[in-house]
Design a protein around this ligand. Structure first.
Ligand code: NAP
Length: 295
């Protein structure tokens, strides 16, 4: 086997920190111009531990770049109508530039209805159908945070994408599907020939082995193993999972959808978990909020 032993680590913390420095500078300028900092609100419904961690990280990131942030905690039992009324209130709040409603929502609430109720001009998660449509057509709008964070990461590390064979594993509305669209665009990063794979894909290993760039958003811990990856590929791991680890004080460790130790030596470049896509998702949210604030 002709294994690549030195791979480039696509360090999302490093890339995110560099972008945050530029965001903080622009936020300060904007504050000086219009008398208030960009303002992001995050709505958290219920007590889901992972959602709470994600939202708190987003609020903390706002503080780091000089944004104002508001965390709105709502009870698990809130009705859909009451949540829609809160969304309407945020749409009409002139002191707020953008907001997110953290997903998933409790089962009794129709998340699509809630997303569609958000004013597209304040939809900094980029989930509203109008923003999704604009992305597909290449028109201005808010790009979904995780795929656009991955684009920023590829840019930061000067990963060549034009003409490359790209496989996106997973077709969720928030990651896989928009990722496949962004990498198909006539832009940089983009101009890839993209295959979007999912649970009904046949002969998955044959397909993933063809990828020069493999984006994995499947939601299954360490699913992608070395035999599924081409020598010299660029691998981006979106997954994040806690798995038990008795050697850690916490009793667990974080892993991605890729079995990193086996896959990394085959790669030209690979993103780690943690410290890869996660920090980039948050950075993209800040970029979208800055864009909303600039109007
Ligand atoms: P999701 O909604 O659970 O979708 C998973 C996708 O993988 C689906 O399209 C599914 O196919 C496909 N899939 C599942 N099992 C498969 C199999 N055995 N073979 C082929 N395809 C299979 O996932 P998501 O929301 O995109 O999230 C994916 C992962 O990324 C999760 O671990 C999530 O926690 C993580 N995530 C991380 C960030 C971050 O910022 N780091 C952001 C978002 C998500 P079907 O459509 O056919 O069911």
């Amino acid at each position: 086997m002709n294994a690549t032993t030195t791979y480039k680590l696509l360090d999302g913390k490093r890339c995110g920190d560099a972008l945050k420095e530029a965001i903080a500078k622009e936020a300060a300028e904007l504050k000086a111009q219009r008398g208030r900092a960009p303002h992001l609100a995050a709505v958290l419904v219920g007590n889901d531990g992972a959602s709470k961690t994600y939202v708190e990280a987003k609020v903390k990131a706002c503080e780091k770049v000089g944004f104002r942030s508001t965390l709105i905690r709502l009870p698990e039992t809130i009705t859909e109508d009451d949540l829609l009324a809160r969304v309407e209130g945020l749409n009409n709040d002139p002191g707020l530039d953008g907001f997110i409603v953290q997903l998933p929502l409790p089962a009794h609430i129709d998340a699509d209805r809630v997303i569609q109720a958000i004013d597209p001009r304040k939809d900094v998660d980029g989930f509203h159908p109008m923003n999704v449509g604009n992305m597909v057509l290449g028109l201005p709008g808010f790009l979904p945070a995780t795929p656009s964070g991955i684009c920023e990461l590829l840019k930061y590390y000067h990963i060549e994408t034009a003409g490359k064979r790209c496989v996106v594993l997973g077709r969720s509305n928030i990651v896989g599907t928009p990722m496949s669209i962004l990498l198909s665009r006539n832009a940089y990063p983009g101009n890839c020939t993209v295959t979007l794979a999912h649970s009904r894909t046949k002969d998955l290993t044959r397909i993933t082995r063809e990828a020069d760039i493999l984006i994995v958003a499947i939601g299954k811990p360490q699913f992608v193993t070395a035999d599924m990856v081409k020598e010299g590929a660029v691998v981006v791991d979106v997954g994040i999972h806690r798995i038990p680890d008795a050697s850690r004080k916490s009793g667990f460790r974080l892993v991605g959808d890729v079995a990193f130790a086996g896959v990394a030596p085959k790669c030209e470049a690979i993103s780690p978990v943690p410290g890869g896509v996660g920090p980039m998702t948050i950075t993209s949210l800040l970029l979208n909020t800055l864009k909303a604030a600039k109007g």
